[in-house]
Write a protein that binds this ligand. Structure first.
Ligand code: ATP
Ligand code: FE
Length: 346
């Protein structure tokens, strides 16, 4: 089918047109400039910007795809989880379009959009293991079907991307921290002892806030009398931090794979998957398990509407459509309908 997808759950307003697995357009209108002065996403500002920009995003997506609304088979929209004002802006727009055209409306869980992206870019059968690893998320999911997910574990505090960003701040490196820490780490060696949080505990849960604090302490130990940090030590700190994140992600991935022995593939999504060292270690885990490692292109791994259109197509195929009573949900656990995960064990 030809799908229109809408996404507005965080700070990007996005619309995309998908025909089968072909992406005809994938428009993302960023809001970074609006929030930069506040040091974080301001919900009220985001909501207003989404409301202002969502129609523009849709128009542009149709335009770039060379389609008009009558050629769309269904409308998929992120219905949560996320900042409620933004989600509402998308849902209202989608409802308006559905009411005006009579086309089916499909509410999509944002995380399901991320988790189903490997099926948009590769031929992958259920079940597969998914690691969502970004500035806001870190979780292992067993993807059993378009509407069937089991959460195997995740971070109990910060997300790794957030930790990269904070460590960059501690070391006076530019934001976003991921790329700048990775670049700096190339000049250093992982010689500074840092913890591997939760490594000794069974299961797939992770923790990153203690690691960040450990970097802060190591930095304070290393600064010289006039408060300066030698360039080589800064590089060693970056390399040591990156190694610690890599080690815990790889070990927990190994355990998550052990907990789903019938997984056909191991896929990652999220900005942190752009990290070369981390990606290599995760690839190695998949290699050892004898299954393909899939890392969709970054533009489809970070927030976008093509993934929402795709998840909508998967739901449409199962007959899972919504009506105009579709609600925006600030919280929406992916595996809500699934049984609680029992010990995800070593
Ligand atoms: P959400 O999951 O809520 O969409 P987000 O918008 O922060 O969160 P992404 O855009 O997927 O997520 O990822 C951004 C994060 O990825 C940032 O924290 C950034 O530092 C991190 N990141 C980007 N490149 C790298 C890299 N090379 N190494 C490590 N982290 C990286
Ligand atoms: Fe996201």
């Amino acid at each position: 089918p030809t799908m229109l997808g809408l996404e507005s759950s965080c700070d990007d307003t996005a619309a995309a047109i998908l025909h089968g697995r072909t992406i005809l357009s994938n428009v993302v209108l960023r809001q970074d400039d609006l929030h930069a002065a506040f040091g974080g996403v301001v919900p009220e500002i985001a909501a207003r910007a989404h409301a202002e920009k969502i129609d523009i995003a849709v128009e542009r997506a149709l335009d770039e795809a060379g389609r008009d609304l009558s050629q769309i088979d269904a409308i998929a929209v992120t219905a949560g989880p996320g900042l409620i004002g933004g989600v509402l802006a998308g849902v209202m727009c989608a409802k308006g379009l559905a009411a005006a055209t009579g086309k089916p409306l499909i509410g999509v869980n944002h995380l399901a959009g991320h988790a189903l992206t490997p099926r948009l870019t590769d031929d992958v059968a259920f079940p597969y293991l998914m690691l969502l690893v970004s500035g806001g998320h870190c979780q292992f999911l067993r993807v059993d079907g378009p509407d069937s997910f089991v959460r195997l574990g995740g971070t109990i505090d910060d997300a790794p991307g957030e930790a990269f960003d904070k460590v960059a701040r501690l070391l006076a490196l530019p934001q976003p921290g991921g790329p700048s820490v990775e670049t700096c780490a190339e000049q250093g060696r992982p010689t500074i002892a840092l913890p591997r949080p939760l490594m000794d505990r069974p299961g797939c849960d992770l923790s990153f806030s203690g690691l960040k604090t450990a970097v802060l302490r190591a930095r304070d130990d290393a600064v010289d009398r006039d408060g300066g940090l030698r360039e080589s030590i800064r590089a060693d700190l970056c390399a040591s931090f990156q190694s610690a994140v890599r080690d815990v992600l790889a070990e927990k991935a190994r355990r998550a794979l052990a907990a789903c022995p019938d997984a056909t593939a191991f896929a990652v999504a999220g900005g942190v998957a752009a990290n070369g060292a981390i990606r290599e270690a995760l690839q190695d885990v998949a290699d050892r398990a004898g299954i393909p490692f899939l890392a969709p292109p970054l533009a489809l791994c970070t927030d976008n509407a093509a993934m929402i259109a795709w998840a909508g197509a998967e739901r449409l195929f199962l007959g899972l459509t919504d009506d105009l009573t579709l609600a925006a949900r600030p919280r929406w656990p992916l595996d809500e309908s699934a049984a609680p995960m029992l010990g995800s064990g070593k």
